[in-house]
Ligand binder design. Structure first.
Ligand SMILES: Cc1ncc(COP(=O)(O)O)c(C=O)c1O
Length: 456
């Protein structure tokens, strides 16, 4: 196998053995206190290399990993080692890329509302550029740059105003919530470029997450090239197009979405509900060749950059737990929606029962729930399971993106993160929180007592 070919680090065979990088998940579920997250560093590296390979036709391509999608130390450090840059969205992400040793010129700063302190810290660190989303923000950055005596490169984030598929209306960017509307971007860029301490060098966008096909990126590129042609006419040279993230995780189950429930039911009946997701190679070749075509057609020569998150980390982490209670058609596990809080409207994480065959058929329908009292603490609705047993292990795959990063402490502390490192060793990369940890930031002292005395 060549270095860039992706290897699936998870296997589940007919005997029931489910393993990642040679580790039997059933054994791990007995050895370590559950639930816990498990990251495969090898899978992460392969995903990144495959992503680069898919876009290898683009010279000088820059990748800024979307740090917020999974900010575990081992993830950021591994990607930094691979030469990947980072897309940060605030003080936390900035500190993380510093700790990982990511060079500042590989870091971009995005987000609709950045504080003055964060902007100053990012400029002092020397980020490659800040992507601007509003005139208010432009003025703040200009003032801080002036104070620091710097002229700084900035990007203009745009909403390309693409026609929106049904699912996109539900889950991603509301119209022009992020960035400038395409029809306002030209004037905004000109006005920002006139600010004394700012230089507009990049047009940036982000069109959604788990985007199924490359088509929408191609249309976005058309609109961006058109905009940078107009900017050239106004004397502004754009040297970078940043297409943002959204490239899909391949291993999640994805559903065809229809506004019509009846149609969805018919598709389901005939086993046609699962949607095809184009491979990362398809995304790479479609986007690269369209980019080259537009450069040739327009004579413009911006370099291309991308901000992948989900497609790098999704299948590089899973969560391992146990079934604790089986009651009627409810199966309660120790894994909660706190641990995997991302709302997936159109995709599903793979559920694995280590020790059981993946081909097991003929069970009943169960809802798989977490242990909290939240009504929405349900991991799967109406899953076919054969004779679920209390005490059996369960693994939720594909949760590397926006799960650990968004986990919360509703009624219980957050769980530990382990990783299988390059040498094949299991290492602890985040300790499980204790009740003490959770309460350590609460105030329980005289101030509270005096408040209750006043109230009394
Ligand atoms: C600005 C920006 N860039 C990149 C990403 C990464 O997207 P994904 O994880 O879908 O690749 C996000 C995710 O929300 C984002 O907001």
């Amino acid at each position: 196998m060549s270095k860039t070919e992706t290897q699936d680090h998870f296997t589940w065979d007919a005997s029931g053995r489910a393993e990642i990088d040679g580790y039997d998940l059933a054994e791990l579920a007995e050895k370590y206190p559950t639930p816990f997250y498990l990251v495969s560093v090898g899978q992460l590296r392969d995903n990144y290399r495959r992503f680069r390979q898919a876009f290898s036709a683009v010279d000088g391509l820059k990748c800024y990993y979307s740090v917020k999608s999974n900010f575990e130390s081992i993830v950021i450090r591994t990607l930094t080692e691979e030469g990947c840059g980072g897309e940060i969205s605030g003080a936390l992400d900035l500190e993380l890329v510093k700790r990982a040793g990511m060079p500042p010129e590989n870091v971009v700063y995005d987000g609709p509302r950045k504080t003055a302190e964060e902007i100053q810290a990012a400029l002092e660190f020397g980020v490659h550029l800040i992507d601007i989303e509003s005139m208010t923000e432009a003025k703040t950055i200009n003032a801080i740059a002036q104070k620091l005596g710097k002229k700084v490169n900035v990007g203009i984030r745009i909403d390309p105003l693409l026609p929106r598929p049904y699912y996109d209306k539900m889950i991603t960017t509301y119209k022009a919530k992020f960035g400038f509307r395409l029809d306002q971007a030209l004037e905004a860029a000109v006005a920002i470029n006139e600010m004394e301490n700012l230089r507009v060098t990049c047009i940036m966008t982000h069109i959604g997450s788990q985007v199924f096909t490359p088509t929408r990126y191609l249309e976005t590129l058309n609109r961006i090239f058109d905009l940078i042609g107009q900017l050239k006419g106004r004397g502004i040279t754009i040297d970078e197009i940043n297409l943002g993230g959204g490239y899909p995780a391949q291993s999640m189950k994805n559903w065809r979405l229809s506004r019509r429930i009846v149609l969805a039911r018919i598709l389901e009946k005939f086993g046609r509900l699962e949607a095809d997701v184009k491979s990362i190679d398809d995304f790479g070749s479609a986007i690269s060749s369209h980019y080259h075509k537009l450069r040739k057609d327009t004579g413009l020569d911006p370099r291309l950059s991308l901000e992948p998150g989900r497609c790098l980390v999704s299948n590089a982490a899973c969560m391992i737990g146990h079934v604790d209670i089986v009651k009627n058609d409810w199966v309660f596990t120790d894994v909660s929606i706190n641990d995997v809080p991302e709302n997936l409207f159109f995709s599903e994480w793979r559920m694995v029962l280590p020790g059981r065959s993946p081909d097991e058929k003929g069970g009943q329908l169960y809802n798989i729930a977490g242990p909290t009292l939240a009504t929405q603490d349900v991991l799967y609705f109406q899953k076919e399971l054969k004779d679920p047993q209390e005490g059996m292990p369960i693994a939720i795959m594909d949760i590397g993106a926006y799960s650990i990063a968004r986990s919360n402490q509703f009624t219980r502390p957050r769980n530990a993160v382990y990783a299988i490192d390059e040498s094949g060793a299991m290492i602890l990369v985040r300790q499980a929180e204790t009740v003490e940890d959770v309460l350590s930031k609460q105030v329980w002292d005289d101030r509270i007592q005096s408040l209750s005395a006043k109230a009394g």
